[in-house]
Design a protein around this ligand. Structure first.
Ligand SMILES: [Zn+2]
Length: 434
């Protein structure tokens, strides 16, 4: 039986849902114009007034917002409320530039938790579950965001945070965790550590669901995780600027539902900024319809995706974004060709002899980009015959070339020699940037 957190909202006919969005959009535009000097200036520069926004289609008259805007107005220059209305801050790690600060009112935290509680209910996670949260707690939104959402959904939360893997596995067994929430990289790390200790996720734990994300991962990686652990692995979506983790796939595992009564989604051509045709690939743009402290108007997330408004098998009418290929930020340009690390992963995970760990290294030699992929072999497929190894390198190189359209040097490395991660894995070393 399919369960809903709120069937009236989740199964609302699309035309009604769009009416709700229209009404909220008009209110939002007035709200930000009145409360945020940043948006007022931006709208004035674009020559648009709140009264120009009367229908949903008018959204294209509004200017885009970028991550750079949050950096330029660091720390709180885009906020719409004074500090005494805030109940929390989160701050991004700032690994790719100046950090961004997000503030939340009490209503913002409630809306965030509700969004995630709806999503967790859609994957059958709730009152009977013990959810172990292996996302980092603290300034990062993953741990606390998941924590509030899981409690709202009725779960018993085990807030392990990331790290201390031996204890994670021990508690998972002792307290009977049925759901694990962490990055796919950290789950791989835990599976490996458990195996080394003679513990099988399948036989020795009660784990049945994984809520995995905060880094790109492929459909092929999902298959591997599901087969080796016996759990059902679901993709999760959200970024700190929007709140944090907000949405997941439903049990159909076919796209992530974005709650349309809370968020307005567009997919645009990244070069022209124009909307793409229905079902076409483009850049994800999201407007927050109910946020109070830091609403975002037409925020350019940077993820490349496809939007699907078809009614889902689960009966939900809210649109889905189809599995995200990667962020524009993660994209590498090698010899003029766009390469997403997710594409490399997807090719590698289809080859049974290849293990789950890999590293992409890009260099520039004599003005020419050289891409190398280091891979670990699957332990089970280990061979010490040099001919077999060379054949495998050739096979992997050919498979990568057929998808990426560039020559890739493949290097097999010893099992366990590539770095493991307890959070977001680093899968690319780009020496051209140094
Ligand atoms: Zn669905």
């Amino acid at each position: 039986m399919i369960e809903y957190w709120n069937p009236q909202i989740e199964r609302m006919p699309v035309d009604e849902l769009k009416k709700v969005q229209e009404q909220k959009l008009c209110q939002l535009v007035k709200y930000v114009y009145e409360h945020s000097p940043f948006y007022r200036k931006r709208f004035d520069e674009a020559g648009v007034k709140p009264e120009d926004i009367k229908t949903l289609d008018d959204v294209t008259k509004l200017p885009f917002t970028f991550k750079q805007d949050l950096r330029d107005t660091y720390p709180t220059g885009m906020f719409c409320v004074p500090n005494n209305k805030l109940v929390r801050f989160h701050v991004s790690s700032g690994t790719t530039g100046k950090p961004t600060v997000v503030g939340y009112t009490d209503n913002d935290v409630k809306a965030w938790s509700t969004s995630l509680a709806r999503a967790l209910t859609s994957i059958g996670v709730g009152r009977d579950d013990v959810m172990q949260i292996g996302y980092g707690y603290g300034l990062f939104t993953g741990g606390l965001g998941m924590h509030y959402g899981a409690e709202e959904a009725g779960c018993t939360v085990l807030p392990t945070s990331s790290g201390n893997t031996e204890r994670q596995i021990e508690l998972m067994q002792d307290l009977g965790s049925t759901v694990i929430a962490c990055t796919p990289s950290y789950l791989l790390f835990m599976i490996e550590a458990a195996r080394d200790a003679g513990i099988s996720f399948q036989d020795d734990t009660k784990l049945r669901v994984g809520v995995l994300g905060a880094e790109p991962w492929s459909e092929e990686m999902r298959k591997r995780i599901e087969e080796s652990t016996g759990i059902k692995a679901y993709d999760i979506f959200g970024t700190s600027e929007l709140s944090g983790p907000l949405f997941t796939e439903c049990q159909s595992q076919n796209g992530i539902h974005i709650w349309a009564d809370q968020f307005l989604v567009e997919v645009i051509n990244p070069e022209t900024g124009e909307p793409v045709a229905n079902g076409e690939r483009g850049e994800l743009v999201i407007t927050t319809l109910v946020k109070e402290a830091l609403p975002l108007i037409r925020y350019r997330i940077g993820d490349i995706t496809v939007l699907n408004w078809d009614e889902c098998e689960c009966g939900r009418t809210h649109p889905r974004i189809m599995r995200v290929l990667g962020r524009a930020d993660d994209m590498l340009i090698v010899r003029g060709i766009n390469v997403f690390p997710g594409q490399v992963e997807s090719v590698l995970m289809k080859i049974p002899e290849v293990g789950e760990h890999f590293m992409i290294i890009v260099d520039r030699v004599n003005e020419l980009d050289i891409m190398k992929v280091q891979i670990e072999m699957n332990e089970a497929a280990f061979s010490d015959k040099i001919n077999d190894l060379m054949d495998l390198e050739k096979k992997v190189g050919a498979a990568l070339k057929s998808v990426l359209n560039i020559a890739v040097k493949v290097e097999l490395v010893e099992h366990g020699s590539l770095p493991r991660s307890m959070g977001k894995a680093k899968k690319v070393i780009d020496n051209r940037k140094i």
